[in-house]
Design a protein around this ligand. Structure first.
Ligand code: CIR
Length: 258
């Protein structure tokens, strides 16, 4: 049965210590970040999503990026084993939350590593980025978890950005959107639309024609509006300083049976 729940996680007081890999570190304003996170959560609720807060992990600077800790396929929650050691304990409370919501739970095990930001689902095709955070064993374990449920798993090399979804996401009709210079192998994706801004590559599908997008991509928002979509714009500038994007701040649970 379709559900509209979205996991979110309050920023840690140590957010400013979050990892940076492909960008230079700039100072993060925690108060502003908390306000941006609250507005992000409000945007989800305004557009019909019930937000479910995972207990905060105050000692984990990157815990607000909850997407990296769990991948949903149907009603199965695959608890990840994040590629960055400092993020491993983030999964504990996430597992408790998804189990309490009635998900079936599965896990990525050592030696596998996988970040949810590397997983892009388009219908039953599950693209997985093999890059800085997700290794070959993680890809194999993802296949083993989801292919028996009907998924077709396509692995994609990622070397230029943090995660696969730092470079590409998809519109409701399945068109992949992104920036060719950020992609290792654009030819792996079928229908592709090049967007004018790096952060325009990221959309969260809110339902219908609504796309949650970052305020830092105004030209892309204009392009999508012109294509008949309805951009819902949020300022996530403090999270972008840590290589976060709109996708990584929530996990939508659409097929719960509870
Ligand atoms: N899925 C995502 O895009 N996650 C962003 C994670 C950013 C965090 N600073 C990290 O490096 O892990």
């Amino acid at each position: 049965m379709p559900s509209k729940k979205a996991l979110i996680r309050r920023p840690s007081p140590r957010l400013a210590e979050g990892l940076v890999t492909h960008v230079a570190r700039t100072e993060v304003d925690l108060d502003r970040a908390v306000k941006q996170w609250e507005a992000y959560a409000e945007a989800l609720r305004t557009h019909g999503w019930e937000t479910v807060e995972v207990d905060p992990a105050d000692d984990c600077p990157d815990s607000v990026f909850v997407e990296d800790t769990v991948v949903m396929y149907k009603n199965v929650a695959l608890i990840t084993r994040p590629g960055a050691q400092s993020r491993r304990s983030e999964t504990i409370a996430v597992e408790e939350t998804v189990a309490s919501l009635g998900c079936s739970v599965n896990w990525i095990w050592d030696p596998g590593t996988l970040d949810g930001g590397d997983v892009l689902k388009i219908g039953d095709t599950v693209y997985v980025g093999r890059g800085g955070r997700t290794n070959a064993a993680g890809v194999q374990q993802l296949r083993a978890a989801f292919e028996p449920l009907g998924a077709r798993v396509v692995s994609v090399p990622v070397s230029k950005v943090l995660h696969l979804k730092s470079a590409v996401t998809a519109l409701p009709d399945g068109t992949v959107i992104g920036r060719i210079p950020l992609m290792d192998t654009p030819s792996l994706f079928g229908r592709f639309l090049h967007v004018p801004e790096d952060s325009g590559s990221h959309v969260v599908l809110l339902g219908g024609h609504k796309l949650l997008m970052a305020a830092s991509a105004p030209k892309t928002a204009e392009l999508f509006a012109d294509l008949g979509y309805e951009p819902v714009v949020v300022d996530i500038g403090e999270f972008e300083k840590l290589e976060g994007c709109v996708t990584c701040l929530s996990v939508r649970l659409r097929e719960l049976y509870a």
